[in-house]
Design a protein around this ligand. Structure first.
Ligand code: GLN
Length: 179
């Protein structure tokens, strides 16, 4: 996705690689596993420190969970990197079978509506006062948020070729001048 938008992208798998990037995307997957492995391989603390220092980070789905300060329906002992003053609920729509796609009208992103894919997705149940709600479903459930240099979406824009969230994130990275 980043490459198609003209940005150099590298995988970050080791702690020392954190200091090479000016922005980080934490993708979808499984937050419980990401949590365990990021602590086991010594990635969690350097990423937390980078977030505290202002590294722009975009979390999609499990990545949003990793950025959340508080998680409901977590597993025992599950930790997050934190930084986003939000409470998320894991698997808020049910099991894999309850995954779905929908269109989100986000006026600041213009036309057409954002086609969003939710795969065992979390929702944001509550936000702190510094958090901007970027998008919510028709029933009011919050599915995209931003707080400073942290962006999070419950859904996967990349699956449908939707580029606007990644473009927004690239602008955040450019504006942050983190490195
Ligand atoms: N349900 C997963 C979790 O709890 C997230 C799923 C996803 O990233 N598509 O981490």
């Amino acid at each position: 996705m980043l490459t198609s938008l003209g940005v150099a992208a590298v995988p970050v798998r080791h702690a020392k690689e954190i200091s090479d990037v000016s922005g980080l995307i934490i993708p979808g997957g499984e937050s419980t596993v990401m949590d365990k492995l990021s602590r086991l391989f010594g990635l969690a603390e350097p990423i937390k420190a980078a977030i505290a220092a202002g590294l722009p980070v975009y979390g999609t789905c499990a990545g949003l969970i990793m950025l959340a300060d508080r998680v409901l329906d977590s597993i025992d002992g599950q930790q997050t990197l934190g930084g986003l003053d939000v409470t998320v609920r894991r698997n808020a729509f049910g099991s894999q079978l309850d995954s779905f796609e929908t269109d989100l009208d986000i006026p600041e992103m213009g036309e057409p509506a954002v086609h969003a894919v939710f795969i065992r997705a979390p929702v944001v149940e509550s936000v702190g006062e510094l958090v901007t709600i970027v998008s919510a479903l028709d029933d009011g459930r919050i599915v995209a948020v931003q707080q400073g240099n942290l962006l999070g979406t419950s859904f996967h824009p990349e699956i449908t070729g939707e580029t606007r969230f990644h473009e927004r994130f690239i602008t955040m990275v450019e504006d942050a001048h983190f490195r």
